[in-house]
Write a protein that binds this ligand. Structure first.
Ligand SMILES: C[S@@+](CC[C@H](N)C(=O)[O-])C[C@H]1O[C@@H](n2cnc3c(N)ncnc32)[C@H](O)[C@@H]1O
Length: 451
């Protein structure tokens, strides 16, 4: 029997990752991490490309599979459907030559030890090409929009004029953004280093530390990454720290901190006398905050204190002195970052949104009592659903006499990219290459002025 090629093994690994997500309900990042450990370094980019691309095109591909398969494979052989999905993605979304895509995918059947399906995989992929199914107009809305109905329904309700553009942005590959650690060097100095290392980039006025790379690279290959000169962080995620600290701030709470992108940014920008509490309910994720701060040289004793605890139970971690700045980067559906996490379309359910809005409203109410009069709380999500954004803030302001919209605004360049939503601002995904984020700044009236 001929030896199995590396390319066939790669297709089989991609199918296993897709299967873990689509059938077993596991996260794409976790499934990828597992397979990456068993994959040669030079094969990793293609493995990621096939796994991400196939998951990203899931709803379109499923419609083709329904048309192509007269009978589904037996339950224990469902991995064959995932392999076919990887095959169809190669034939439509990639530049891989058709003959290589078909033959390597057919060969992957052997890697998966499902030899009896070799003929079926070959026949299905060839029929797809022969009948030019890729050009046929999809018959159902999930295939057409390449999104589950519950997401497209919500988007059409919340953003009637933008829903199609949002879904197109969700299906595009996200650019890589960097944040320069200006405690170490100026942005201009870092740009020099990037140019010398051969990286092309763009800047966005209004985001002073952000750099958008033309081509993504592994973080470890960035000049000075290990030494803490730079972080990887979307430009939209760089707004909250600058916004919250625009007028200073000396006692800061980062209430949902892990993995620490915004914690680090807050510490980079805050004065040396500022003190920060970083809270996250997930202790493992909090370890990532610690590692981030150490890498960036922000771990000085006394400046930041990390607490593995629930933010809505401050009895366990709060010292009783109110904060003058609170960042609530709330747990959310992540519907604004689907382009970075396409598995959200497969794994999340509509009912999750209602559960999340309960958590968001509770955190907001509880944390408000920790804010000093005159202090500012910035509520942030990476969601585009109104239920998690404008609706939460509107209800909270209506029932909280001492809450008022803060006068702080992002600068005009950034402001022009945002949609105003009641007391908050929404960035839609894909706007100037940014992720989809919602921000609402609220300040606490002094008691004598409370309505
Ligand atoms: C959107 S992520 C935060 C991202 C982070 N701010 C950053 O910039 O890297 C939301 C975080 O909220 C945490 N979380 C969820 N419920 C929480 C709670 N009740 N108290 C504290 N953290 C919570 C999750 O573990 C998750 O790490």
């Amino acid at each position: 029997m001929p030896r199995i090629s590396r390319s066939a093994r790669l297709r089989a690994s991609a199918a296993e990752i897709v299967h873990a997500v689509a059938v077993e309900g596991r996260s794409l990042d976790a499934a990828l991490r597992e397979r990456e450990a068993a994959t040669a370094a030079e094969d990793l980019p293609l493995l990621r490309y096939l796994a991400f691309g196939t998951v990203r095109q899931h709803f379109r591909i499923q419609a083709w599979l329904r048309a192509l398969l007269e009978r589904r494979p037996k339950r224990r052989d469902r991995i064959i459907e995932s392999l076919l999905a990887v095959g169809l993605y190669q034939l439509t979304g990639s530049r891989i030559p058709e003959h290589a895509a078909v033959s390597e995918t057919v060969e992957a059947v052997r890697v998966l030890r499902r030899q009896p399906y070799k003929g079926l995989v070959n026949a299905v992929l060839r029929r797809f090409l022969r009948e030019r199914l890729a050009d046929a107009e999809p018959t159902d809305d999930e295939a057409r929009s390449n999104h589950p109905a519950w997401i497209s329904d919500r988007l059409r309700r919340d953003w009637p004029d933008d829903a199609d553009a949002i879904m197109a942005a969700n299906d595009a590959r996200a650019p890589m953004w960097l944040r320069v650690n200006t405690r170490r060097q100026s942005v201009a100095a870092y740009l020099e280093r990037l140019s010398t290392a051969g990286h092309a980039f763009a800047l966005l006025p209004g985001l002073p530390q952000a750099i958008r790379l033309d081509e993504p690279v592994p973080a470890s290959e960035l000049p000075g990454f290990a030494a803490g000169d730079v972080s990887v962080q979307d430009g939209a995620a760089q707004l909250p720290a600058a916004w919250l600290l625009a007028d200073g701030g000396s006692k800061i709470l980062d209430a949902c901190a892990a993995p620490g992108g915004k914690t680090a940014h807050l510490l980079e920008l805050a004065g040396t006398d500022a003190r920060l509490d970083a809270v996250d309910v997930d202790p493992e994720r909090l370890d990532a905050v610690r590692a981030n701060l150490e890498r960036l040289g922000l771990g000085e004793a006394g400046r930041a204190t990390l607490h593995a605890a629930s933010a809505d139970e401050p009895e366990g971690w709060w010292d009783g002195t109110p904060y003058d700045r609170i960042l609530l980067d709330a747990p959310c559906s992540a519907s604004g970052v689907i382009r970075r996490h396409p598995d959200i379309k497969l794994l999340r359910r509509d009912s999750d949104v209602a559960a999340l809005t309960g958590v968001q409203a509770r955190l907001l109410r509880r944390l408000w009592s920790l804010l000093s009069p005159g202090g500012v709380l910035l509520y942030v999500t990476c969601s585009v659903f109104d239920a998690e954004n404008g609706s939460i803030i509107k209800r909270f302001v209506a029932e909280t006499p001492d809450a008022e919209p803060a006068q702080l605004l992002p600068n005009n360049n950034i402001r022009a990219l945002m949609r105003e939503r009641g007391t908050g601002y929404q960035l839609l995904p894909g706007t100037r290459g940014l992720d989809g984020f919602f921000y609402a700044a609220l300040s606490k009236r002094h008691p004598e002025r409370a309505a």
